[in-house]
Design a protein around this ligand. Structure first.
Ligand SMILES: [Mg+2]
Length: 343
């Protein structure tokens, strides 16, 4: 990809300090000259694929064998497919590329994700879904965890835990009582050996009290699905993401969670166990600080789409401030890719 972008952009790269730290001084076809750096990875400037020729787009498509894609904000928003996204993903598959749907959403089990994707026009099967609910179960099973999980999260995680034989408690409402501060130790389950925090629409003060109380024992594991700040939503209403709950539990427990979702290293570890070739892997996402960060950390090529959280304005700000992680290429939406092959 770096070679491809060099070719496309006529990059004049200057190595700084080491062979892997690069500044690219770039002349973009329709944009102003700027610099970018990523610190430890090869990194070029952000290039709009819309400025590429048909042959260059074809070359881009030939440059990867595996496609990892985020879901919310890239493929769909809520229950509405983003126009053209399914055609693009299904085209990747038709070209023989391996597909993984990599999502920080912890509210569904993999079969539900696959069913949703299929309903919205994407070809998908359960084994291609890499959700944080699945990662939690995979991680705990992998370390031989046999105790019970206190789950400040949804049934999606609960079902994935159940599928690997791990018991859990805590899902559902735990309303505040008038004397909530008088919670008794007897209300805690002595079999709990891990607190898992994911998205929980029933979050409450008693849940925070229980999570922090379990975590008072150093032996109790503290795991979080992801730290996304917000859900991708239009309009004036902000929908707080799982990071809101993780930070709250970290604060009251005075501990740091092991985060398994993007951009943290467990995703990379899992993907490496699938035998991916990072240099021939494309990560598609709508958030620089999760999707693109994951791609940069893993040495994948990265495509940012502006149909979700990161806006064009956000991207410009990151570019102007030269703030990594920056994507290799950008498109307004994934559905804009295929028409470029016909132009
Ligand atoms: Mg997203």
């Amino acid at each position: 990809m770096f070679k491809l972008l060099n070719k496309i952009l006529n990059i004049n790269s200057v190595s700084l300090h080491s062979s892997i730290k690069i500044y690219g001084i770039v002349k973009l076809p329709h944009q102003s000259r700027h610099l970018s750096t990523s610190g430890t990875m090869f990194k070029s400037a952000v290039f709009s694929l819309q400025d590429a020729s048909k042959d260059q787009v074809q070359e881009f498509l030939n440059s990867f064998d595996t496609v990892l894609t985020d879901c919310d904000g890239v493929l769909w928003i809520d229950n509405n497919a983003i126009p053209g996204a399914a055609d693009a993903m299904n085209h990747f598959r038709k070209l023989g590329k391996k597909i993984f749907y990599v999502t920080n959403n912890s509210t569904k089990i993999r079969s539900e994700f696959a069913a949703k994707a299929t309903q919205l026009g994407f070809i998908a099967n359960q084994d291609e879904i890499l959700s944080t609910a699945f990662l939690v179960a995979h991680y705990l099973k992998g370390i031989g965890f046999t105790k019970k999980v206190y789950l400040l999260g949804s049934n999606g995680i609960g079902e994935e835990l159940k599928a690997v034989g791990i018991r859990h408690i805590g899902v559902g409402p735990d309303p505040v009582k008038p004397d909530f501060k008088n919670m008794q130790p007897s209300e805690l389950d002595p079999e709990v050996g891990a607190v898992v925090v994911g998205f929980d629409e029933h979050v409450s003060y008693p849940k925070f009290m229980k999570a922090a109380s379990y975590l008072a024992s150093e032996e109790c594991l503290f795991i979080a699905t992801n730290t996304d700040e917000r859900f991708p939503k239009g309009g004036s209403i902000v929908v707080p993401g799982t990071g809101t709950l993780v930070r709250a539990v970290e604060t009251c427990s005075e501990r740091k969670a092991l985060v398994l979702g993007k951009p943290h290293s467990y995703v990379r570890k899992y993907l490496e166990s699938c035998g991916l070739n990072p240099a021939r892997t494309l990560m598609i996402g709508d958030r620089c600080n999760t999707d693109i960060e994951l791609g940069v950390r893993c040495g994948f090529q990265t495509l940012l789409v502006l149909s979700g959280v990161t806006s064009n304005k956000d991207l410009e700000k990151l570019r102007n401030e030269k703030t990594p992680p920056l994507p290799d290429v950008v498109l307004p939406k994934l559905g804009d890719l295929l028409p470029l092959l016909l132009s």
